[in-house]
Each structure stands twice: as C-alpha cells, then as structure tokens.
Design a protein around this ligand. Structure first.
Ligand SMILES: *[C@@H]1O[C@H](CO)[C@@H](O)[C@H](O)[C@H]1NC(C)=O
Ligand SMILES: *[C@@H]1O[C@H](CO)[C@@H](O)[C@H](O)[C@H]1NC(C)=O
Ligand SMILES: *[C@@H]1O[C@H](CO)[C@@H](O)[C@H](O)[C@H]1NC(C)=O
Length: 207
C-alpha cells in the first residue's frame, strides 16, 4: 500500500536510529509489579512478527512485541486476539498522547515565526489526528461482533489492518517536519511511536 511503502522508504533513511529501548525502559518504570508474559502473548507476537513487510528495515521482532504488550498488565489476561489488539491500540494511544504533550510543550518554548515553530505546529495537528484515528480503531475493535448482514454491517477482521494503517499518514507528515529541525529527542520519540504503529499493523494482520 502506498502509505506503508512511504513509511518504509522513510525508515530506510534513518535505519540507524533504532530506538526500541525507549519503550522497554518506560515499561519497567511505569509498572509496579513484574508484568507477566503468557504463552498466548508469545504466540500472537510470533505470528505478528511474520507479518512484517518484506522491505521493512526495522521489522517487528517477537521480543519487541512482547515487551511492548508488557507495558499493560491486561495483556496477560487477554484470551483472544481482539482483546490483545485492543490493548496494543491503547498502548499506542498512550505513547501518542505522551509525545503529543511533548510537542505542545516544545511549541510553547519556541520562538514565533521560526521554522521550528511551524514544524511543531503541524506535528501537533498530525498527532491530534493520530489520536482521533486511534479512537475510532479502539471503538471499532471494542464493538467488534463480526459481519452478519450486508456490507454495511459489522467490521470484517480483514479490514482492521487497513484502518490501523491510516495512522501512518499523519505520522509520516510529522516526521518529515521534525527531520528538518534536528529535534533529536522528539525524533527518537516519534521513531518509537512509529515502531508501535507497525506493531499494531502486524498484530491486526494476524486476525
Ligand atoms: C498463530 O498462527 C498459527 C498458524 O497460523 C495459528 O494456528 C495460531 O492460532 C496463531 N496463534 C495466535 C495466538 O494467533
Ligand atoms: C494493573 O496495574 C494497575 C496499576 O497500573 C493496577 O491498578 C491493577 O490492579 C493491575 N491489574 C492486574 C490484573 O494486575
Ligand atoms: C506567539 O504569538 C502568539 C499570537 O500571535 C502569542 O499568543 C504567543 O504568546 C507568542 N508566543 C511566543 C513564545 O512569543
């Protein structure tokens, strides 16, 4: 799909900046007890890692998937893919919200009329869009009941990846803006969000 290949070209350009460690670090900080890993999580993650695009230079590994899901202790209770994906979307929403907060903070500290200010202003809009799209995905998966009637009835499982993939476009737009302004911390965060977007796509593709 057009948007995925754009992401991919994009990721190739910055393949060196692998930053999955950010997410792992947040994991141990935010949870009190040790998060549990179930066989179901591991198996779902193994399947998700097989859904990587062939050309993706930063493919999702089973380990990255498991450590991301461990950010939410509800993952260990998930008995089916729909609830696991619902949790993965929630995790991504949290990461998007955190990054959005940092963008807003940076914007406040940035001089008016500068290129940085313009890039950040657009990023804020992009992140707001990502949140809106994820909210729709969230509701969609929460209310999932299959399709019993015609085309205007419930969601087909096979449609889910394409809906999740819509997050890609605003994500890339923000990225392009950030690249120009050497905002290292924000770029790293954005990269971590991108990995999480890919993970959601891969997980959704296993349904
Ligand atoms: C993983 O894939 C295998 C083979 O397609 C399937 O039998 C299994 O149910 C899948 N597991 C999960 C947790 O999705
Ligand atoms: C999950 O963690 C939250 C706090 O982050 C806690 O309130 C809740 O009881 C935990 N749930 C389980 C099932 O461990
Ligand atoms: C930038 O301009 C807006 C309105 O034009 C103003 O409200 C804001 O305080 C200005 N910010 C800075 C950092 O100067």
């Amino acid at each position: 799909m057009a948007t995925m290949s754009a992401t991919s070209i994009f990721f190739s350009a910055i393949a060196i900046m692998l930053l999955s460690t950010t997410i792992a670090a947040e994991s141990s900080a935010s949870s009190g007890g040790k998060p549990k890993v179930t066989n179901f999580m591991v198996e779902a993650c193994k399947n998700a890692s097989m859904k990587n695009k062939i050309y993706d230079p930063n493919p999702i590994t089973q380990e990255f998937c498991v450590s991301t899901l461990m950010l939410d202790n509800r993952s260990a209770e998930a008995k089916d893919l729909h609830s696991l994906i619902h949790i993965a979307i929630d995790i991504l929403k949290g990461q998007v919200a955190a990054t959005n907060g940092n963008v807003k903070q940076m914007l406040q500290d940035t001089k008016n009329g500068t290129a940085t200010m313009r890039a950040l202003s657009y990023c804020m809009v992009d992140y707001d869009r990502m949140v809106s799209i994820l909210n729709i995905c969230d509701t969609m998966i929460k209310e999932y009941h299959g399709r019993k009637g015609g085309a205007n009835d419930g969601l087909l499982s096979s449609e889910l990846p394409a809906y999740v993939e819509r997050v890609d476009k605003p994500f890339i737009e923000c990225w392009l803006g950030l690249l120009a302004m050497e905002a290292k911390k924000l770029l790293d965060e954005n990269f971590a969000v991108g990995m999480s977007v890919t993970l959601n796509f891969c997980l959704a593709s296993t349904i």
